[in-house]
Write a protein that binds this ligand. Structure first.
Ligand SMILES: NC(=O)c1ccc[n+]([C@@H]2O[C@H](COP(=O)([O-])OP(=O)(O)OC[C@H]3O[C@@H](n4cnc5c(N)ncnc54)[C@H](OP(=O)(O)O)[C@@H]3O)[C@@H](O)[C@H]2O)c1
Length: 361
């Protein structure tokens, strides 16, 4: 039997997504798959550890017990020579800032953290440039979990297909919260329910203010090759979260604004949605009343809907729909990218998806 070369993996972030990922990898390894994937480093905002062996979940529990201090979030992991593949399951800007550095050093990066491609414009440009030159970057988990929007856009580029616009309900959390509030639940209660389901970002203001959805929109627009995909997403002022105010201090103010919008319902069946749009003249994220038959309104609970219009999907857009968040689905999307990276490390494919794709772009 052919033995596969061991691949040293570092896991950054030990929260909900990381936990679901470790449990799934342990399960796969017990079944005899991915045995050559060796967790050799683990880090969170509190520290870093060279993993001596054992299961992934055991290493994660160990890291979860490290003491917590305030002001840890800017901590920068120290890259180790034994790392070949980094999984970023953190929400830290300081970690995303290392993505270009890791790629340039030949490491593969698989990320749920949107602050790489969806963050600062220069950082995203460097990641895209390295990806285009064949660096192994997996960002499926950053938008719509397992729906595959990022790969679909990358493949369209490979086919020379020009993307004309992208529209979507990209925040399952905000969609879920708007649905509950439309049904009469109070805002704080709806957010607590989303948090209990593992849907909300670590800081719910990221979801409610549209900042998280704006990052997802930037990722899609940048991958689709939109020229106007710099920093700025026009965010609906009705979603604006007062500067410097933490959750839940502005709940009353935001709930009052949402209440006004709900009171202006244009028809009994209209659905309020937070719609992200990437069009040639720019990116926007706004509250909109949708006709119930609008494809963007055809969703339930935490589902995302993404509509891609391109030269060949002009009249009838490509529609991707399904649950778009949650630790388990996000972990599955990370594993999709891990498998692609492993094939690449093993030389099983004629280069990485990004290399094949962007070479044609
Ligand atoms: N949950 C979802 O459904 C979902 C869906 C798609 C994408 N994502 C993305 O996946 C990532 C993780 O989400 P989550 O729900 O698992 O969040 P979480 O439970 O809050 O975990 C975040 C992890 O990031 C770690 N971290 C923060 N700053 C760090 C730093 N400077 N260095 C190293 N680690 C650091 C935290 O460390 P401590 O433990 O020390 O605080 C924590 O372990 C986020 O980027 C999120 O946007 C999540």
């Amino acid at each position: 039997m052919k033995t596969q070369k061991a691949i040293g993996v570092a896991l950054i972030g030990t929260g909900r997504v990381a936990k679901a990922l470790c449990e799934r990898i342990d399960r796969l390894q017990r079944q005899g798959t991915l045995a050559h994937l060796v967790l050799c480093g683990i880090a969170n905002s509190r520290g870093q550890w060279r993993v001596p062996g054992g299961t992934w979940s055991e290493a994660l529990s160990e890291a979860e017990n490290w003491p917590r201090r305030t002001g840890d979030r800017a901590r920068i992991p120290e890259t180790r020579p034994e790392w070949e593949l980094v999984i970023d399951a953190s929400d830290a800007d300081s970690v995303a800032a290392l993505h270009p550095e890791w790629l340039a050093a030949g490491l593969a990066v698989v990320t749920a953290n949107k602050r790489g491609l969806g963050g600062e414009v220069g950082r995203a440009a460097r990641i895209l440039a390295l990806w285009r030159r064949g660096a192994g970057y997996g960002a499926s988990a950053t938008v719509g979990a397992g729906l595959g929007a990022v790969e679909r856009l990358v493949r369209m580029q490979a086919q020379g297909e020009q993307v004309l616009s992208i529209e979507g309900v990209l925040s399952g959390t905000l969609a879920f919260v708007l649905e509950r509030v439309s049904e009469g639940q109070d805002l704080a209660g709806a957010v607590a329910e989303a948090q209990a389901l593992g849907l909300a970002e670590p800081d719910p203001v990221e979801d409610l203010s549209g900042r998280d959805a704006a990052r997802k929109l930037r990722i899609l627009a940048r991958v689709a090759g939109f020229a106007e995909s710099g920093e700025s997403v026009r965010i609906d002022p009705q979603l604006a979260w007062p500067e410097g105010v933490a959750w839940p201090d502005a709940v009353g103010e935001v709930a009052a604004r949402l209440g006004c919008r709900l009171a202006a319902r244009p028809s009994p069946r209209a659905r309020l949605a937070a719609v992200a749009r990437a069009e040639p003249d720019g990116l926007s994220f706004a509250l909109e009343w949708l006709h119930p038959l609008d494809p963007l309104a055809q969703r339930q609970g935490p589902e995302n809907v993404i509509l891609i219009r391109s030269e060949r999907y002009r009249e009838f857009p490509m529609v991707l729909r399904g649950p778009g968040a949650g630790p388990e689905l996000t972990a599955m999307a990370l594993i999709d990218d891990l498998l692609a990276s492993l094939e690449r490390c093993a030389g099983g494919r004629a280069g990485d998806l990004g290399q094949r794709v962007f070479a044609l772009a």
